[in-house]
Design a protein around this ligand. Sequence first.
Ligand code: 5GP
Length: 173
Amino acid sequence: MVIGKPFLNVEQIQNRVKELAFNISADYQGKDILAVGILKGAFMFLPDLTRHIQVTMNIDFLIASSYVKTQTSGEVKIHADLREDVKGRHVLLVEDIVDTGLTLKYIRDMLLARNPASLKICAFLDKISRRKVDIKIDYAGFQIPDKYVVGYGLDYDNKFRNLPYISIFKEST
Ligand code: 5GP
């Protein structure tokens, strides 16, 4: 296993996160947000993002998994559901990375069935070339190539989430 030099460094990440928060604050003026972090991947992105959003908000978390090592399984398992009621709320889903889009589509559809007033998606990374389903990402941090990345909440086998930057993961042979 090799972790290379940062693909996105701390400064690039923090600057972009502030820009996203600024755009979200502008779009939600006069509305309260229900920010929903998808764990475990969003555990670093969500606090960085929300500390710069200047709109009243509630924060809740979903624990979901869809990935086995570096292969997308296509199956989404909800390990822990929200405690907040979604009905009539302005939901902002906060996700670490969108790859095929299957995970987000599943979660989005599950929450839309609970009748929110609105639902938007903020994803830190977007691997747009890998998309299998049509899903609109309202706020995307960075579009990245089809490489497996770790750090800033993203794992390989539940490791490397704590890196403060994004690195391209290479399995050593
Ligand atoms: P999707 O359902 O969009 O194919 O996959 C979404 C999930 O797969 C993400 O929430 C993340 O957990 C995982 N994932 C997709 N690409 C990567 C990647 O490059 N690195 C890591 N660590 N996880 C990924």
